[in-house]
Design a protein around this ligand. Structure first.
Ligand code: HSE
Length: 435
């Protein structure tokens, strides 16, 4: 048994915090062997020390309700922030950093919204911030981008980075069960955020994309990332997508429009049609995957559990081990391995992106309607690749169009005109097609 130890404070003992305690206990000897030291939980900050239904039982003598005092304890080397949110978590992380503690956090909202402040404070204090669990749970995509591909140049990223949205869309595709039922199931399985609108509305994926973009391209304001949730997808869209040979997946996409530092980057989060024969089409349930296109390696893909207690806890504990190694190598805070690029990078305006589109129109079934739709699209430079009209005589009747690549601004202008036509019964449904 090693005589060395690293003191850990856990802020939060929910699903992930409980997983950390469990993993530290169950894998203690392997961790000690790899680190050459023990990771010892010396304090745990909780809201309610008497809470009865915790995922693990922890030593009550370690628990405190004083978040800031726990974050600054002298016997603690690494503070592990697992409370979520951006107010208390920010305060606690900044307090820990100024007390000279290294920090591990799974908090994507904190890093996406306050990353510049948190990393600057860490740099000034000479401590490390590690955040593998903040993006894709157990998939080590942060390590891939900052270490594995450190000598490469990332050109684009296409990811399924929200497990809950993927679980909902893939279960809807396979079973045609209602959205609300499947969301409840994802919540019960511990995948969803405390506020599931962050999952369903794309906000969680936008936070994660901002972090990935920060590592590959530069800092972007998360609120400027164009974000659509999976709630724009109806069961009928999954059926039409299948007829055309596609599935619909919740994607986060970023790509450089040219070389750094001047060329803006495209960053967007939205459900998208992808061809059924893409690897990404087989990423189902709460699994996450990130497909990276880089200059030297070419395409590479990283896949695994993006949410859940043990996968996320695994990333948190691996970060603690890495910090422990840095401490023993006296390198903690000396390098900038985990820090994003500080320079701000401009975003391509949404109107200027070019992609293909799935458009679903609800129109009156009468002669000339199809012609009117096509004429308006054509007048705005949107070229049609495929069209189907529902054979059933429903009112409205569905017309589905797949376009060739078009400029988003032109496509939106065409749709505004189409939506005002007398024969159009409901606003067009627009889902981008990934290419
Ligand atoms: N709510 C998140 C998801 C958990 O569904 O992916 C991991 O960040």
């Amino acid at each position: 048994m090693s005589t060395r130890s690293i003191g850990v404070a856990l802020l939060g003992l929910g699903n992930v915090g409980g997983g950390v305690v469990k993993l530290l206990a169950e894998n203690a000897s392997a961790i000690e062997e790899r680190l050459g030291a023990r990771l010892e939980v010396r304090a745990i900050a909780v809201r309610d020390p008497d809470k009865s239904n915790r995922v693990v039982s922890a030593d009550p003598s370690l628990m405190s309700t004083d978040l800031l005092a726990t974050a600054c304890r002298p016997d603690v080397d690494v503070v592990c922030e697992l409370i979520g949110g951006t107010t208390l978590a920010r305060e606690a992380v900044l307090a820990a950093v100024s007390a000279g503690k290294h920090v591990v956090t799974a908090n994507k909202a904190l890093l996406a919204e306050h990353g510049a402040e948190v990393f600057a404070a860490a740099e000034a204090a000479g401590v490390d911030i590690y955040y593998e669990a903040a993006v894709c749970g157990g998939v080590p995509i942060i390590r891939v981008l900052r270490e594995g591909l450190a000598s490469d140049r990332v050109e684009s990223i296409t990811g399924i980075v929200n497990g809950t949205s993927n679980y909902i869309l893939s279960t809807m595709t396979a079973t045609r069960r209602p959205f609300a039922d499947i969301l409840r199931e994802a919540q019960a399985l511990g995948y969803a955020e405390a506020d599931p609108t962050l999952d369903v509305g794309g906000g969680d994926a936008a936070h994660k994309l901002a972090i990935l973009v920060g590592l590959c391209f530069g800092r972007v304001p998360v609120e400027k990332i164009a974000t659509d949730g999976i709630d724009i997808v109806e069961p009928i869209d999954l059926e039409y997508a299948a007829k055309f040979g596609y599935v619909i997946k919740p994607l986060a996409i970023a790509r450089a429009s040219g070389p750094a530092p001047d060329a803006p980057v495209e960053a967007r989060v939205h459900p998208a049609l992808i061809p059924q024969n893409w690897l990404m089409a087989d990423v189902n349930g709460a699994k996450n995957a990130v497909y990276v296109q880089s200059y030297a390696l070419g395409p590479s893909m990283y896949y695994g559990a993006g949410a859940g207690m043990l996968p996320t806890a695994m990333s948190v504990v691996s970060d603690m081990i890495e910090i422990g190694r840095n401490i023993f190598a006296r390198a903690a805070g000396a390098a900038k391995p985990a820090r994003p690029i500080a320079t701000e990078r401009a975003l391509v305006p949404l109107a200027d992106i070019r992609t293909r589109y799935y458009l679903r129109f609800g129109v009156q079934d009468q002669p000339g309607v199809l012609g009117q739709l096509m004429t308006v699209l054509g007048a705005h430079g949107v070229s049609i690749a495929q069209v189907v009209q529902d054979s059933a005589s429903t009112d409205p009747v569905m017309v589905v169009v797949l376009t060739h690549e078009a400029r988003e601004g032109d496509m939106r202008a065409a749709l505004a005109e189409i939506d005002s036509l007398a024969v159009v019964r409901q606003p067009a449904r627009v889902i981008r097609i990934a290419s």
